[in-house]
Write a protein that binds this ligand. Sequence first.
Ligand SMILES: [Zn+2]
Length: 264
Amino acid sequence: MLKNKKINFVRDGIRCFISCVLGFFLVSCGTVPSKPAAIQTGNFYASFPGASLPRQDIRHVMGPGETVFRVSKMYDVPMDAILKANRIADPKELRIGQSILVPDAASLRCVIPLYPSHRWRYIVIHHSVTDTGDASLLDSIHRQRGFDRGLGYHFVIDNGTKTRVDGQIEASPRWIKQLDGAHCNAAGMNSFGIGICLVGDFTHERPSRKQMDSLVLLINTLSNYYNIPLSHVIRHKDVPGKRTACPGNSFPWQELKNRLRDKR
Ligand SMILES: [Zn+2]
């Protein structure tokens, strides 16, 4: 039922999607445009050119919050074709980690849903402190920690490990349902801060170039849509009352700020 509501919400509404071409599997990520995509409040769909592959049958592993509708948007394939190819009678029975066939799939696009809201005032950046991972792995880790709703971040930016491509942006169920995060208790940040986690341990390593490109794109998309000033784009460790090194001492903070400033 919840998935149907979500699908209807998107259909009815809003189609608030920004797309980026990431390429598929080991194909390189699309180039981030020099300026943020034009944003039109309420109804927009922006994409930018990047690496593309001929259409082909591929397999997709379902992540947290992903639905057949979302997968159909990611690969530009009709929902009916996916349902038929996998003999899926009830899309609600799909589970995280399940592999499905996506017939005649276009190059993977990153789909970022945006929902009208006045609650989001900050963007908080984290690292996963794991060398590998994706939203599915972080979801299971957070559940083991006792987070009833699983994955505590609103978005995850992958590093090309597990089943995801480098720079892929995954929207979590908390974002899709517009729920509080579970990424930063301090200063009440969970209720008005959008939590973005980059997969990796940036204590000594840097994020990949594609992760940074996607982070810039995601922050610009969110900050434009929700009117979040650059001063409210912060690291986890910048939150008052929080004693943490997250997102790690090797995270290129000044470089990110410069890139965000250049695009304003
Ligand atoms: Zn953190």
